[in-house]
Each structure stands twice: as C-alpha cells, then as structure tokens.
Design a protein around this ligand. Structure first.
Ligand code: NAD
Ligand code: HSE
Ligand code: NA
Length: 439
C-alpha cells in the first residue's frame, strides 16, 4: 500500500517534537495507522541539531511544501493567522488534508476554513489546538456524542497555570516565571496571549462550538487574564478554602443562551481542578447522560503537543485508507455536528451570566460602614454567604472586608459594586473574582 506522505511547515517547538516522536515511534505508529507514514518534506527557516533530517526534502519556502504534489497531509505548525491561513487554504485547495495546532487560526477563521475543506472533500484536524496532549476534541466530538453537554470548564492555558502555581507555591515573581515558561516552549510567540486570556479564549470557543453545535464566534468570548490577580486575594482564597484558577467556562442556560467566558475563578480546594498545577491542563465536561467527566494532561510543550498532532495524522491516514468509510474524508464533521445542524445560539453578554462572587473592599475602620454595605446587597436581592473583616494593618486606617455572595446575575452585582464604591468610607475599587462550585 502506498505510504502517506506528510509535509510539515514550521520546525519550532511543536514541529521538532512532531518530527522526533514520529521518527522515534514510527514502527508502532505505522502499525496503528495501517500504513506507512513518511515525513517527506519540511518547510523551515532553519534546520535543527535535535532533528536528523536525512532523506527529507527541506525548503525555505513553506509554500513549496503545500504545492508539492507528493504531500498528502500538510501539517501547519508555524502559528499566527496570516501566512498560516493562506497556507491552509492553499493546502485544502490542492486537495491535501491539514493537521494544525493553531487555535488562533481555528477560533478566528475556522468557519471559513472548514467550509472550504468540506467543498474540497478534505479534512482539517486540530486536536493539538486545545489543551495540548489531552485528546479533548476527540472525546467531546466522538466519545461524548450521546450527550447534551450542560457545561464545561477547564484550565486550558499551560503557561498561565504554570505562572499561577509557581507564584503561589514558591512565591516567585510573575515576570521571572513567564520567562521560564517561554524558555520551556510553553508560551505563545506573543505571551500576552497567554497571560491576558486570549489563548484560553481561542480554545474555549472551539470547545464550546463542539459542545453545543454552533459556529465559532471568537469575538463573543468575555476575556480576563491573570495579570491583575493580587497576592492578598490568593491568600484570602486559601483562608476561605478556595483556590484561584484561570478557567474557561461555557454553559447552556436553557431558554437564555450560552455563557462563554475566560477569567480568574475561585473554586473549592476540594475540586480536582483546584489541584491541577504547573503546565498541566484539565477540562471537566458535564453531559446529561454521562454526568461529569474529567480530562487531564500536559497542556503545552514539544512532545505532549506532538502526541496530539500525530494522533491527527494517524486519524487522517486511517480515514483516507478505509474502504468502509468510502474515502469520505469529511465523515467526522469538523465541529462534531453536521455542518447543516449548527445552531446560532445567543451568546450571553457578561452582565447576563450567573455566578457567585468574591468581593474585597477597603473600608475606613469606623462604625456603620459594614451595615451600609450589607444593606446595599439586601436591596439588590443578593444574599451574602460570608463576610470577613480583617484586622487593620499597622499604621493603616483602612481595613479589608471580604464578602462571598450567593449565585446571582452579574448585572445585579455590578449595581451593588457601583453603590459601594460611591460610599465615602470606601477606598478605591472593589476587587471582584467570580466563584464557581463546578457541581
Ligand atoms: N508550544 C506549545 O506548547 C504549543 C502547544 C499547542 C499548540 N501550539 C501551537 O503550535 C503552533 C507552533 O507553536 P510553537 O510553540 O512550535 O512555535 P515556535 O515559534 O517554536 O515555532 C514556529 C516555527 O515556525 C517558523 N515559521 C514561522 N513562520 C514561518 C514561515 N513563514 N516560513 C517558515 N517558517 C516559519 C518559525 O521560524 C518557528 O521555527 C502555534 O500555532 C501554537 O499556538 C503550541
Ligand atoms: N501557549 C499555550 C500552548 C498550548 O496551547 C499554553 O501555554 O497553553
Ligand atoms: Na488536545
């Protein structure tokens, strides 16, 4: 049987990892794919000492790979959304299947790219785009096909989780840990994508589209990063039995719409997600039939990501080879639902989401302030679960007051916060962190 010829564009962290794992485990991988998988052509600006490219054609121009008639599967690992988009479109139009790790490309241009792939009877596979090595796309799309997904929540950025973990456990500085994440190959080319939540938003929108069967709508994701998290809130969360994690959350509120949000979140320490540390990622998916399920593994790094890239290469190799799928490369729809069955749900603006809240305010240590604050909440119909007033720090006349509210609509909390901030004994802005029980 003819081998499947693979062309790889981009020989950075993921490209080199993919080359090395495919080479190292080639015999087993071929046995699983049912045919020989050969890397025949690589597009790269420079070669690498850690990759033995003997016998492989290497081109400086990545378009030489996409226009190589002998390449069956084009693996896009250059990143970005400009050249990468042109490359993928060209591949699809040339009748090549595509494997990519590029979540920005899928989140922002997936609708267009998938449509083009379907009309060319090729497939675009993107398991590595979400949660690195965790097979979450395949689990959601195939393993959970029986379910109506109610919600999912996950730690889906390895760099961010690595930074939060190192800061909390070792008291390290933000910038210092970020530099280490970059050196380890975890961070995006522009690391603000990691720390400001954009990368997590790219991944969340992909997961949500598969979970609920809707077109990709990246511009509708509410996004807050980790750069504003303060050490005192990390410590207070601990005291209260919670941990702050940067989560992507999507939930269907029947009759209302879909929540789509990325932000620091306080979750009970007893939850498994609260104990996912370092570069590890984890996603909890709650299906109506199966109940809650949890997927855990390395969210970034050369070989964990290569694991997902190669699983896609094997998937495509089997599919094009299989007589019983009659060579229909689009048999598994890109977003799990048939292209004609995607639904335009309303994506709820952040003011309409439901959550509990941790609020920290700085108040003058004088009688009557707390009762004015609690009155504002009771008038807004928000019940308070816990209220703690900290001892004033030496030489300071303001004290920290911590409140935990019950679940409520965000706009109600916004109103209460606005009124609290306008009280004269309150100094500065109220710090707000959303709280989820993940039940
Ligand atoms: N690093 C990870 O852990 C990880 C995990 C999952 C997904 N991803 C995604 O994988 C993709 C690649 O990430 P990476 O970490 O390997 O990045 P990287 O910067 O290490 O590698 C990208 C490589 O592509 C090359 N490149 C870029 N444009 C090129 C062009 N026009 N011609 C030739 N070469 C070009 C660069 O020189 C570089 O060697 C990105 O989309 C990223 O979001 C990365
Ligand atoms: N920069 C990303 C790579 C994996 O997608 C992360 O840290 O999660
Ligand atoms: Na994955």
């Amino acid at each position: 049987m003819k081998p499947v010829n693979v062309g790889i564009c981009g020989l950075g962290t993921v490209g080199s990892g993919t080359f090395n794992v495919l080479t190292r485990n080639n015999k087993d991988i071929n046995a699983k794919a049912g045919r020989e998988i050969k890397i025949t052509h690589i597009g790269a600006r420079r070669t690498r000492e850690d990759c033995d490219l003997t016998g492989v054609t290497v081109s400086n121009d990545i378009f030489a790979v996409v226009n190589d008639p002998n390449v069956d599967i084009l693996v896009e690992l250059i990143g970005g959304t400009t050249v990468a988009k042109d490359l993928v479109l060209q591949a699809v139009r040339n009748g090549k299947h595509v494997v990519t790790a590029n979540k920005a490309l899928i989140a922002e241009y997936g609708n267009e790219l998938f449509a083009e792939a379907v009309s060319n009877n090729v497939t675009i596979s993107y398991e590595a785009a979400v949660a690195g090595g965790i097979p979450i796309i395949r689990s959601l799309r195939e393993g959970l096909a029986a379910n109506k997904v109610e919600w999912l929540a996950g730690i889906i950025n390895g760099t961010g989780n690595f930074i939060l973990t190192e800061m909390r456990d070792k008291g390290r500085q933000f910038d210092d840990v970020l530099k280490e994440a970059q050196a380890l190959g975890y961070a995006e080319a522009d690391p603000t994508f990691d720390v400001e939540g954009i990368d997590a938003a790219h991944k969340l929108v992909i997961l949500a589209s598969i979970a609920f069967g809707m077109p990709l709508q990246f511009d509708k994701v509410f996004t807050e990063g980790i750069s504003q998290i303060r050490p005192e809130d990390v410590a207070y969360a601990d005291e209260l039995g919670y941990r702050i994690k940067h989560l992507g959350i999507t939930r269907r509120l029947p009759g209302k719409g879909i929540e789509l949000r990325v932000h620091p979140t306080m979750i009970p320490q007893s939850r498994l997600l609260a104990n996912v540390n370092g570069v590890m990622n984890a996603v909890v998916v709650k299906g109506d039939a199966v109940g809650p399920t949890l997927y855990y593994g390395a969210g970034a790094g050369a070989e964990p990501t290569a694991s997902a890239v190669i699983s896609d290469i094997v998937h495509v190799s089997r599919m094009v080879n299989s007589s019983y799928v009659s060579e229909d490369a689009t048999a598994v729809p890109h977003l799990g639902y048939g292209e004609d069955h995607l639904h335009d749900y309303t994506i709820l603006p952040i003011e309409e989401i439901e959550s509990a809240y941790y609020l920290r305010l700085s108040a003058l240590d004088q009688p009557g302030v707390l009762s004015r604050v609690t009155q504002i909440f009771s008038e807004a119909g928000i019940s308070i679960e816990a209220l703690i007033q900290k001892e004033p720090k030496e030489g300071q006349e303001h004290v920290s007051v911590i409140l935990l509210t019950n679940r409520t609509i965000e706009k109600q909390v916004n109103k209460a916060i606005e009124q609290i901030e306008s009280l004269s004994p309150i100094q500065g802005n109220v710090v707000r962190i959303r709280v989820e029980s993940l039940k």
